[in-house]
Write a protein that binds this ligand. Structure first.
Ligand SMILES: [Zn+2]
Ligand SMILES: [Zn+2]
Length: 87
């Protein structure tokens, strides 16, 4: 296809990576999956003992952590997916 005409772009507030798109849209940066210590891709970790938390609107928010098992003890990250608006 050659070069895509990317008129819209946005910067991830977490890692600073610039995402480009040919239309206005919100993309999710994948940096939240990467371990900030060793840069390896982390795996999902859902704590068994986490109490149910209720937001103001009554919706239950599922707490998902990411864990990198390369470390001892394993590194736990509470980083959420970062949405980047390409404008
Ligand atoms: Zn990012
Ligand atoms: Zn790591």
């Amino acid at each position: 296809m050659g070069d895509v005409l990317a008129k819209f772009e946005g910067k991830c507030t977490q890692c600073g990576k610039t995402h480009r798109s040919h239309r206005k849209e919100t993309v999710v940066c994948d940096c939240w999956r990467l371990c900030p210590v060793c840069n390896a891709e982390m795996t999902t970790y859902t704590p068994d003992l986490a109490p149910a938390t209720y937001g103001l609107d009554g919706k239950r928010e599922l707490q998902i952590l990411m864990v990198c098992t390369r470390h001892s003890p394993p590194f736990l990250s509470t980083q959420k997916p970062v949405e980047v608006a390409c404008t």
